[in-house]
Design a protein around this ligand. Structure first.
Ligand code: FAD
Length: 518
């Protein structure tokens, strides 16, 4: 017999390894010996009150063998001689598109401008230490895309739970911890992601797919509104009739290429702001109502904040507890910050993007001349401003949080996890009013919501500009570009995803669409 239960476990009880069996036997009024296993289905922490509670949803197996089950089977077949589907970009969207092609009996040919995860590391070191950005291999470009050197948070607002579970199980199939199947806020961590990504590549190769690194798509040859050929690295040509375009939101050259070819694009609303960094112990103290170190069973605390300011949302984005701020620029001459964390989230800092919604139809009147690329140009300008204010390297402009809100230059800055370093700059006057004034009001409101959050011990670091794509590549109900037969815009770059899981789900959907009638 199997019984499902909701269990509430206190912090003290959580210390006991047999607590779930103990509680289940008590609630069900049966002997502990009759319980053959307790499977955790869901786990979350409720820290709203000083008495912290672990909420478990469990399946209790009574005199029944605990099965090793997954809801999905991943059956890959040899596709080496099958019809090809070309996939541009090997981020979460491209990876999952390739896996789905194999499941459906088609051969994915992946073209990725960046390097494999191992070689990519050297280029990340060069950004951090030498302040040199390789424009094909960086925190956004390379095997696994922007998702590899990230926090690996797997939270998504998607309501298609079945699809989300499938994505998670496939990550577990490729080496991620099965803890992600039960945690309310699952994450993998940047130290574990490269192995998962590498395993996905190995599956693709094993079953006859192809993955070409250091292969940038530089042109599309289109005849009679139908894709015919893709150009690689400005010299080679490859015939292709079904192309999944999963190049992410940072591939500006791809947006320019499409725009110059008069392939329809649309401006899309997005968000920009700064990253705020607190000592982790401050966030722990607020969220766990403690004064010293957090209890060892508690993970580094996170937060999620939102405030409406002058008709625009100001909100936290990609919060990384126990993490690092990283330089996420994709070209020299710009400074862009983002965040990542290791699986243990045991670094001393908590960072989060704090961004303001930008309504492209109302907020950028001076950029109308750029048409569909107006948001992109605005984004670029802000990143150039950050480059100049930081001192023309990957050093980022920064300010103490309280100095930013109160409008004065910081005489000194707090310690930071951002490796290239920080330069004190008057971000309160450098950021456009549209963003700066709303951020200031937003931070004040956040200080009311989380007592202790508004502190001189926090820095803000500029700029957090790549939250989502400022451009949408349109597609019809068959997920194909309305003008170009055979071109399937996919993932975050097309404007169809906002994170690892939604990009992966869109990759699967585009693979299913691309193979139709082939
Ligand atoms: P991308 O991941 O951007 O992949 C696009 C790929 O296309 C890249 O590998 C790029 O090199 C390649 N490419 C681009 N142009 C070309 C070309 N012309 N030819 C060939 N290849 C090309 N999301 C979360 O859900 N959780 C997180 O914790 C999280 N943390 C993040 C931390 C950081 C530092 C960053 C930068 C992002 C983070 N994100 C996170 C966002 C997440 O990574 C993206 O939403 C996701 O990767 C988008 O997937 P994608 O496949 O659509 O595009």
């Amino acid at each position: 017999m199997i019984k499902e239960l909701q269990l509430r476990i206190s912090l003290k009880e959580e210390e006991r390894s047999d607590i779930l069996v103990q509680k289940a036997s008590h609630i069900l009024d049966i002997d502990k010996e009759d319980i053959t296993g307790v499977k955790v289905l869901r786990k979350s922490i409720d820290a709203r009150k000083p008495k912290i509670i672990f909420n478990y949803k469990v399946a209790v197996y009574i005199r029944e063998v605990l099965p090793k089950t997954s809801e999905y089977q991943f059956e890959y077949k040899d596709v080496s001689k099958a019809k090809p589907i070309h996939i541009i970009g090997f981020g979460p969207a491209g990876m999952y598109a390739a896996l789905r092609c194999i499941e459906l009996g088609f051969k994915p040919i992946v073209l990725e401008r960046g390097k494999n995860v191992k070689d990519r590391r050297r280029d990340l070191r060069a950004i951090n230490q030498d302040h040199f950005v390789n424009e094909d291999s960086n925190y956004c470009f390379g095997e696994g895309g922007a998702g590899t050197y990230s926090d690996g948070k797997l939270y998504t607002r998607s309501l298609k739970r079945g699809d989300v579970r499938r994505i998670f199980e496939n990550l577990v199939f490729h080496g991620a911890t099965d803890q992600i199947l039960v945690d309310a806020h699952p994450h993998i961590g940047t130290n574990k992601l490269p192995k998962v990504v590498q395993n996905i590549r190995e599956t693709i190769l094993k079953y006859g797919g192809e993955v070409h690194f250091e292969t940038r798509v530089t042109d599309f040859i289109i005849k009679n509104n139908k894709i015919q050929t893709i150009q690689l690295n400005n010299n080679e040509e490859m015939p292709a009739n079904r192309v999944i375009l999963a190049t992410g939101h940072s591939a500006r050259d791809v947006f320019y290429l499409l725009h110059n070819k008069e392939i329809a694009l649309e401006a899309k609303s997005f968000a920009m702001g700064v990253r705020v960094e607190h000592p982790q112990h401050i966030i722990d103290a607020i969220q766990y109502h403690c004064s010293g170190d957090r209890h060892e069973l508690l993970p580094a605390a996170s937060y999620s904040l939102v405030q409406q300011v002058n008709e625009r949302g100001v909100y936290s984005f990609c919060m990384c507890p126990g993490g690092f701020i990283v330089p996420a620029a994709t070209a020299n001459g710009e400074v862009v910050v983002n965040g990542m964390s290791p699986s243990k989230r045991n670094n001393l800092f908590a960072n989060s993007g704090i961004v303001v919604e930008i309504d492209v139809n109302k907020d950028l009147p001076k950029y109308e001349q750029f048409g569909a690329l107006k948001g992109l140009e605005y984004q670029k300008n802000l990143e150039r401003m950050a480059f100049t204010a930081g001192g023309r390297s990957q050093i980022a402009p920064a300010q103490r949080l309280t100095d930013f809100v109160e409008g004065r230059l910081s005489a000194s800055l707090n310690p930071t996890s951002y490796q290239p370093g920080l330069n004190s700059a008057p971000l309160h006057s450098l950021l456009p009013k549209l963003i700066g004034s709303r951020l200031r009001k937003g931070f004040e409101a956040f200080g009311q919501k989380m007592k202790g959050y508004y502190t001189a011990e926090a820095n803000i670091v500029g700029v957090e500009s790549r939250t989502s794509s400022p451009v949408c590549i349109p597609r019809n109900e068959h997920l194909e570009h309305p003008q170009i037969e055979g071109l399937f815009p996919c993932g975050e770059g097309g404007g169809y995803a906002g994170g690892i899981v939604s990009a992966a789900m869109d990759g699967e959907r585009c693979a299913e669409a691309a193979i139709k009638n082939l």
